[in-house]
Design a binder for this molecule. Structure first.
Ligand SMILES: Nc1ncnc2c1ncn2[C@@H]1O[C@H](COP(=O)(O)OP(=O)(O)OP(=O)(O)O)[C@@H](O)[C@H]1O
Ligand SMILES: Nc1ncnc2c1ncn2[C@@H]1O[C@H](COP(=O)(O)OP(=O)(O)OP(=O)(O)O)[C@@H](O)[C@H]1O
Ligand SMILES: [Mg+2]
Ligand SMILES: [Mg+2]
Lengths: 256, 256
């Protein structure tokens, strides 16, 4: 029975997509059957996994409108054991469509049901907002993984995110928990990274993974080749960090 | 009569807020009367200009709901000549409220009217989405300024943004133009930055400003002091670049 993890943070550019792609790849590499759902109209997770536009005719938008099933929408990737439900810019229409729909917060959860017996993990990459797409992901999820860039503005948004998670827990999904917070783009050459990291660990303690993702240019080069960093350059510091993160995430799942 | 510039890009973390704050500061430093409207529920522009929560009781949300006037909502900053209409997380409710309102795309434009005679420039910082808040900013604006991070995913989103601007021009605001595209977080140590810059200049030619904003840690340190980089460290490469950008933006405005 698949566990569903949503990768969310309304602050933009903090490494949600990069974490979704590389964590999914590292988990698949350990033999888990993984489905990555691209719930962002930007479609970056689909691009980063090399899904061409021609293979995106059925995607997350059709899932939310219940026009297609998840097993029909899922496409294979170059990575054995990792499938993806792609997205296109059509999905940006979903935010408006959803407002007047019945069950508007539960549509993704319902749509993913047929997949829970086929996969071990389902990861959902969220857009940089707390609108109806992210709400759908939080209602569908068993737990959240929060990428946090080691920058001041990213820290500022954390309390807003935590309050929103609390509201989702009260109104829609009582068992929703935070699996963990992962520090991203850590640059050991500047003090700000260290200050933010200390601040977050001070507030959230063990919720913060021991693994820290370093700023590493190889990570940002990989998407232009349609490959996860783990395939593009598995020896770089970024890839090694995501392998470590996958190990930590799976250990937390086992110890639940 | 004020010119209204919206600073927009649905890709997250590309430097919209950083550009809004530092460009507004540099323009005010040349004697222009500038109003910065924080249209992002994250409220980063308000924080980056040192506006404490106590001074945010009236802000962009009240403007959109027509519960307060813009001259009442505008607060002064430490920078002479620069005022700001702050935002709070309440603004995230506006996306949903707006859907069922009359005139839902024109509310910000109407709300800013009393300010056009009081300021020379009105800048609007947009959230990382193409929802109703960004639509309101694009309808209110005379022109757009598009920050573009020198990264692959940021490049991918550009065509979606350009199509959206075209649709806004056709349906809502026929005189809307792109004043320019500014390359941000340019890192001369890595090839990716140069490749993205060449690619964008190849496609958009003169629309791209000559000024390029370098990646500079002093820029990301400034917000934790509630100051624009220009006040925190006016000698750093980032501040100098924003001073150059302001000169280029003002020249383009004069030559219109
Ligand atoms: N550890 C890292 N080192 C260097 N670059 C990184 C790292 N992680 C992500 N990036 C780059 O930073 C940019 C932002 O990352 P990404 O797109 O994954 O963030 P996001 O949170 O998904 O953004 P959005 O809010 O737009 O969805 C991308 O260009 C990505 O390639
Ligand atoms: N030139 C630069 N050099 C170094 N850091 C920068 C630069 N420009 C912006 N930053 C930092 O990068 C992060 C993202 O920038 P910023 O928040 O301005 O982007 P944004 O597009 O407004 O994000 P969002 O999409 O969440 O609104 C911030 O932490 C900021 O301090
Ligand atoms: Mg993303
Ligand atoms: Mg911003």
């Amino acid at each position: 029975h698949a566990r569903i993890l949503a990768i969310a943070n309304q602050k933009g550019g903090v490494g949600k997509t990069t974490t979704a792609i590389n964590l999914a790849t590292a988990m698949a590499a350990t033999g888990q059957r993984v489905l990555l759902v691209d719930a962002d109209p930007q479609g970056n997770a689909s691009t980063g996994l090399g899904i061409p536009p021609a293979k995106r005719t059925i995607g997350t938008y059709e899932l939310i409108l219940a026009e297609a099933g998840v097993l029909e929408a899922a496409v294979t990737t170059e990575i054995p054991g990792l499938d993806v439900v792609p997205s296109t810019v059509d999905l940006s229409g979903a935010e408006l469509d959803l407002v007047t729909m019945d069950n508007r917060a539960h549509r993704l959860r319902d749509a993913l049901q047929p997949a829970v017996s086929q996969y071990d993990y389902i990861l959902i990459d969220c857009p940089p907002s707390l609108g109806l797409l992210t709400l759908n992901a939080m209602v569908a999820a068993d737990a959240l993984l929060v990428p946090l860039q080691c920058e001041f503005y990213a820290l500022e948004g954390l309390s807003h995110l935590l309050r929103t998670i609390e509201r989702v827990r009260e109104s829609f999904n009582p068992t929703l928990e935070i699996q963990g917070v992962v520090l991203t783009m850590f640059d050991k050459r500047n003090n700000l990274s260290g200050q933010v990291a200390d601040d977050v660990r001070g507030h959230l303690g063990d919720k913060v993974y021991a693994t820290v993702i370093p700023r590493n240019v190889r990570i940002s080069e990989a998407p232009s080749f349609g490959k996860p960093a783990l395939l593009y350059d598995h020896t770089c510091s970024g890839s090694q960090a995501y392998i470590d993160l996958a190990r930590e995430v799976l250990r937390r799942e086992r110890d639940r």
